[in-house]
Design a protein around this ligand. Structure first.
Ligand code: M6R
Length: 365
């Protein structure tokens, strides 16, 4: 039931504060991530020395964000690959590696095949972060962390993604703590940040009507370029996927530092450039990348906290989003991009919940 909402996608975007809270429930105490979240077999948290993440589509983007968290917090190498590639190549598995799959449905054919293949490759264990408790992936994986997003009906994944990220951040913190890479103070600070996450996401959703206004600029666009740096690069990829999936506008995402290496040639007055600005040491670098774009006439759409110093200006559409702790930015900054693609699709009159050519669950290769 869509209730007061016009589409399931919008309903699911608005459910995010609630389902993220559900994902955190019982998995954190006042100041610690609880290893019991992983069941009785949580020894892998201490033993793991390397991680392979395998997934498809939006779930793959969640894995790309996790790589930044895992390497930063737990100081162990992490690689991320789409399941359709992983399953058809010879994979070298370092000692004490964790195989981690991400899937909303738990029925994606390539992800299942990758997991079945991995079981014969000598991994420490296989962990699935999944939304559907009764799915094949959950049944066949050694360990499971459920995302608790509830049924997701819109083909464009929204709440499944942000709950995957929440579960991945819990996992990254748990590994970092068990491996002795996290000071008590840092651990406490991270858990306090996690506790605020539902209210931050709620504050980001409150920008809905402002983002709706911005979406009108996309009514006649045929292309869009998303830029991000650091963990905001996978968020840019996810923003581009959402836009192409439901509005059929051709969208690409690049790490902003790659602009000069090719995509800058695409930029002229007809090209909208969308970016979510982080509030960290990458901000100045991003700003200089954006100047290069402005200098070629590209129209900028910037989402960022007011601390980033962006403001409305000639050729710059600025939308404020709340300030949040750096580690949470990938989750909270996803919200404006979900809302943007939703409203652009509504403006274009496409079938938001059931885009052409796509199925909710890709159970065949
Ligand atoms: O159920 P899964 O998470 O395994 O699905 C993976 C992809 O098919 C899925 O994320 C797809 O990319 C979405 N339609 C994106 O919105």
């Amino acid at each position: 039931d869509k209730g007061e909402f016009r589409h399931y996608m919008l309903k699911e975007i608005y459910e995010q504060p609630k389902v993220i809270a559900a994902c955190l429930e019982g998995r954190i105490s006042e100041d610690r991530v609880l290893t019991s979240s992983f069941g009785a077999d949580s020894a892998f948290l201490k033993d793991v020395e390397n991680i392979h993440i395998v997934a498809c589509g939006t779930s793959y983007h969640a894995g790309m964000v996790a790589k930044y968290w895992i390497e930063e917090l737990a100081n162990i190498p992490c690689s991320v690959e789409v399941a359709s590639e992983y399953r058809y190549r010879k994979v070298a598995v370092p000692k004490k590696s964790l195989f981690l799959t991400l899937s909303q449905s738990g029925e994606t054919a390539d992800t299942l095949a990758a997991m079945r293949m991995a079981k014969g490759l000598g991994y420490l264990t296989t962990l699935a972060i999944c939304n559907v408790p009764s799915s094949t992936l959950v049944r066949e994986s050694d360990l499971t962390l459920l995302t608790r997003a509830g049924t997701e009906i819109g083909v464009a994944s929204t709440k499944a993604f942000t709950t995957q990220l929440t579960a991945l951040l819990i996992t990254s913190i748990a590994i970092a703590a068990e491996k002795g890479e996290l000071s008590d103070d840092k651990h406490t600070a991270l858990v306090h940040a996690l506790r605020s996450l539902p209210s931050y996401v709620d504050a980001a959703i409150k920008q809905d009507s402002a983002i709706k206004l911005v979406s009108e600029h996309f009514a006649n666009k045929h292309n869009a370029l998303f830029l991000g740096r650091g963990p905001m690069f996978p968020i840019a990829l996810e923003g581009a996927l959402k836009l192409k999936e439901i509005s059929y506008i051709h969208a690409e995402a690049y790490p902003a530092g790659e602009l000069k290496h090719g995509p800058l040639a695409l930029v002229d007055e007809t090209m909208p450039i969308i970016t979510v600005a982080p509030n960290n040491q990458m901000l100045d670098k991003l700003k200089s990348n954006l100047q290069e774009v402005r200098a070629r006439g590209g129209e900028l759409f910037v989402f960022g906290a007011k601390e980033t110093g962006f403001a409305q200006a000639e050729g710059i559409h600025y939308n404020e989003i709340p300030w949040v702790e750096e580690v949470l930015e990938p989750i909270v900054h996803t919200i404006p991009l979900q809302l943007l693609s939703y409203h652009v699709a509504v403006v274009k009159g496409t079938d938001v919940d059931q885009p052409r050519n796509l199925a909710k669950s890709v159970t065949v290769e």
